[in-house]
Ligand binder design. Sequence first.
Ligand code: C2E
Ligand code: CA
Ligand code: CA
Length: 284
Amino acid sequence: MTKTSDKAIVAELSRAVENQQLRLVYQPKVSLRDGGLMRVEALMRWDDPQLGTVEPSHFIPLAEQHGLIDDLTLWGLRTILRQWVDWRDDGLDTSIAFNISALSLQHLDFPDLVERMCRGLDVPTDRLVLELTEGATQPLVKLMDTLTRFRIKGIGLAIDDFGTGYSSLMQLRQLPFSEVKIDQAFVADVHRSRDCRLIIRGITDLAHGLGLIATAEGVETVEQLRAVQELGCDLVQGYLVAPPMDPDQLKPWKQEFRRRWPALMADDNLALWSDVEADALGQR
Ligand code: C2E
Ligand code: CA
Ligand code: CA
């Protein structure tokens, strides 16, 4: 991507926030014990009339670099809290995880603001989980005060993409996380790499020893699902369970998945599922 087009994206992005052109999709995280829905992760989507679909992995870093990230964060938080209320009114009580840029955490009053937003809409703070990623320039340890304030208010904190990049084991001990999300890279190779299994087992044991939930993300096949279950992970997220979806799809998906879970767990279906998934993944 050239500099000019990045510039165009930044200009369009500030308009997109004002003009409500962004939307959020939600991907379920289910319990590996019984397949029950535990949370959904909100993921941002931007379909621009001129630029087409711009991926979050492209526009989020640009928003961070050009001072737009706080606007995106606030828009996202307002949207997920309203969504939580809609789901609750529809009989669906789940937690929502939201990705927060470390830059938005630099304001010390941010936890108070989030708490006020929850209170304003009557959303219990323990239904909110913030997902954070360690960055080269934003060590999470520097945000200890802010992170602690969130936890005191009952808001959950997950460390995202754990095990790659800059994340370190020390942080798990020092910082007040409630959940560790094991990076997709380890999950992708779990059934063919002994190293990946050792790493997932190590992170999971450590998480449990420190009282944290371990989530495996990027699970696409039944083999991967079984492997992360055997390795002791608590929650699972990935295309096998569900892709990110529009909010009105969540309730029908939940009903359908409850029926699908026993089949995912049935041993004699393992070979059969592998063929179905190989076809499905080939088509994506
Ligand atoms: P992430 O937080 O690690 O999100 C997981 C990404 O993996 C998502 O990509 C999701 O669609 C994708 N994914 C889910 N299941 C599978 C699977 O089974 N296999 C594979 N290969 N991928 C899977 P997405 O939606 O493109 O988001 C990319 C990144 O952009 C996110 O990574 C997150 O870092 C960032 N992002 C997305 N939405 C937001 C947001 O609202 N705020 C902030 N600050 N960052 C966001
Ligand atoms: Ca995430
Ligand atoms: Ca992740």
